[in-house]
Design a protein around this ligand. Structure first.
Ligand code: GTP
Ligand code: MG
Length: 442
């Protein structure tokens, strides 16, 4: 083989050569093909609304999409935050949009709000997991897969005019690596113009000082760089929602009517609703979808696969194939299983030994107890025996004494019965009454 050929083969990726075409070929229609394919396929867009109950989430969604989504008022007595997704099929011109609005029902209503962010994080992760599982399938159908990954989180800030609540900061911090967050000041008609300006500055300051990364409208695409840069400076958008139509001049506009005047939703002097709609739907919807896939989902996927033991290269930075990873993981799993088995066996043996020792100790204790009791019993028996002997001796002594006493008594009785007779004889002798006498026994 010639030296030049060798060089060509050893060069992994030769530079592509530029050629000029002799006439029209047709691949300039590729973008049109993409558009047509996308239009046929339709799009999906998923919005997560996080904000306290009654802050105006549903009204804003209705206002944004100029329709009425059937939603129910949430109660203030939810035990924990519950994520409620609703999917709608929308069509504008010939473009189909599968819109999912996810409501964080009961957010901010619990007394203990420590774990309020968790169901939201879990929901977002679950959608990533579903997508990952679909990707890992052998027969995957990502083409018609209903992508439920959350593309944007509209975080509704209460228009207090003061500062963000800890709950807001904690929740946004927990979500910022998982979803594109667009913070919005809800019910902005309840806050004055000067207060609103200060409030916006304060919110942005707090987000920066707490390291919360909110979504920045991209400025790398020339076509939208300018408008996006301007809009980034307007964040957080102060919005007003209403589905009510009010006649202003000779036009019907969506507005909120008050005794002192009318707040027009689509009037940029009244609120930032139009800015939000433009940025969210018209200009940056695709970027939000793209960021969700390339940044947030990618991060989830990487962490998850690493957690499962997959890696792109081994310790020496050598690329690792899926097969090798699988084999390595299998070996690791088997040795881990063996180790666990051995550990359990050892544990079992130790346990048996321990129980055996315990039993022996118990037996010894019982034996000692028995011996002790036996000794006590013998001692008692000896004492009882002694007592019995003493008692017998006492009884026989008593009996002897009793017999002696009885003998003495009978002697005494005998003696007393002889004495009166002698006296009477003496008396008779003395009185001459020898034939008459009497005996008195007491
Ligand atoms: P839940 O789903 O029950 O949590 O409530 P929500 O956040 O969806 O609020 P919803 O849109 O139901 O609005 C609650 C109340 O706030 C309604 O009376 C709305 O008319 C009112 N509201 C909505 N948006 C605005 C707004 O921009 N300004 C004012 N002042 N009131 C609003
Ligand atoms: Mg609602």
């Amino acid at each position: 083989m010639a030296a030049t050929d060798l060089e060509r083969f050893s060069n992994a990726e030769p530079e592509p050569r530029s050629l000029s075409l002799g006439g029209h070929v047709g691949f300039d229609s590729l973008p049109d093909q993409l558009v047509s394919k996308s239009v046929t396929q339709g799009f999906s867009f998923n919005i997560l609304c996080v904000g306290e109950t009654g802050i105006g989430k549903s009204t804003l969604m209705n206002t944004l999409f100029n329709t009425t989504f059937e939603t129910e008022e949430a109660s203030h007595h939810e035990e924990c935050v519950r994520l409620q997704p609703q999917t709608y099929d929308l069509q504008e011109s010939n473009v189909h949009l599968k819109l999912t609005i996810v409501d964080a029902v009961g957010f901010g209503d619990q007394i203990n709000k420590d774990e309020s962010y968790r169901p939201i994080v879990d929901y977002i992760d679950a959608q990533f997991e579903n997508y990952l599982q679909e990707e890992l399938k052998i027969r995957r159908s990502l083409f018609d897969y209903h992508d439920t990954r959350v593309h944007v989180c509209l975080y509704f800030i209460t228009p207090t005019g003061h500062s963000l609540k800890s709950l807001d900061l904690v929740t946004m911090k927990k979500l910022d690596s998982k979803v594109n967050i667009i913070p919005i000041i809800a019910k902005a008609d309840t806050i004055s113009k000067s207060e609103l300006h200060k409030f916006k500055i304060k919110i942005m300051g707090e987000l920066v000082s707490n390291g919360v990364q909110i979504y920045q409208f991209p400025t790398d695409d020339e076509a939208v760089a300018e408008i996006n840069a301007v809009m980034n400076a307007h964040l957080p958008f102060a919005v007003v929602g209403s589905t009510e139509e009010v006649k202003v001049g000779n036009k019907l506009v969506r507005a909120r009517q008050y005794p002192w005047g009318v707040v027009q939703v689509e009037n940029e002097n009244h609120c930032d609703f139009v800015k939000l709609r433009e940025m969210l739907i018209r200009v940056n919807m695709e970027d939000l979808r793209e960021q969700t896939h390339s940044r947030h989902y990618e991060l989830y996927r990487r962490c998850k696969l690493e957690e499962m033991g997959f890696q792109d290269s081994d310790g020496d930075s050598q690329p690792f194939s899926l097969q090798e990873t699988y084999e390595a993981k299998r070996k690791e799993f088997l040795s881990e299983l063996q180790r666990k088995e051995e550990e359990m066996r050892q544990m079992f043996v130790n346990k048996v030994k321990e129980t055996e020792l315990e039993l022996k100790e118990k037996e010894r204790e019982l034996h000692e107890k028995f011996e002790h009791l036996k000794r006590v019993h013998q001692e008692e028996k000896r004492k009882v025996e002694e007592k019995r002997r003493e008692l017998e001796e006492e009884t026989s002594a008593f009996n002897r004494r009793k017999a002696a006493v009885e003998a003495l008594q009978s002697q005494a009785l005998h003696a007393t019965s002889q004495q009166p007779l002698r006296k009477d004889k003496d008396k008779k002798k003395a009185s001459g009454w020898s034939s008459i006498y009497s005996v008195t026994i007491p």
